[in-house]
Design a protein around this ligand. Sequence first.
Ligand SMILES: C[S@@+](CC[C@H](N)C(=O)[O-])C[C@H]1O[C@@H](n2cnc3c(N)ncnc32)[C@H](O)[C@@H]1O
Length: 251
Amino acid sequence: MGEATLYNDHFQNYKSYQIPKAQLIIADIPYNIGEDAYGSNPMWYEGGDNKNGESKLAGKQFFNTDNDFRVSEFLHFCTKMLIKEPKEPGKAPCMIVFCEFEQQFELIQKAPKYGLNRYINLVFRKNYSAQVLKSNMCVVGNCEYAVLLYRDKLPKFNNDGRMVMNCMDWVRDSTTPKIHPTQKPVPLLERLITIFTDKGDVVIDPCAGSGTTLYAAKKQGRRAYGFEIDKSFYQAANDKILSLPTQRGLF
Ligand SMILES: C[S@@+](CC[C@H](N)C(=O)[O-])C[C@H]1O[C@@H](n2cnc3c(N)ncnc32)[C@H](O)[C@@H]1O
């Protein structure tokens, strides 16, 4: 049976909570895009339509917490909270960091200082692009990026003996309530969690936002822990996402 616990705190305070070490850390780190946070989001315009002019979100940052995020502190947390490298093959932990395109380079460059020596880049292909609203662009982005980091041994990997391509489809999530501007789709998170963990394993999301990672992990019978500093997201995550049923047909 899965479980999920979200703390309304900075992940840097993790020692107070004595949470178990993780097989998988999934994080969607603040993009540090400052005042252009909605630059590739229809919400930049009133009603999502550029004919209506700019909305109050134009030129605004997503959260006032964005400016404080430090990749080094984040990697320090991850290296402390991932389980130790096991002796046997096929059981090693890993982390998946969703990030902005340029942040991948900072992560890849800094990770070895924290013992995370190896990486695989992941690309998620959407069948739409919010950037089409920007009339001066002829090539528009339709991808999300993530870096999978691990120490030395290949991570635990469950896919019935089949490979996984590093470019995956971004599965739209039409059922989970939308409470966060950068909310990740639950079906995609469920897929990643089932590939890199087994039932009963611990999954941690240090920047949990709406709590989607925790919910996906709980649905898949994993034990999930997360941190979110913004009180309103923390509250909405608990009230609207983590309280959702985890088995179809029960309600
Ligand atoms: C990109 S969002 C994550 C969205 C999430 N993946 C989802 O599906 O809803 C990053 C979140 O990290 C939070 N955050 C930033 N710094 C943090 C910290 N030091 N500790 C905990 N949360 C933090 C922000 O408030 C923000 O909600």
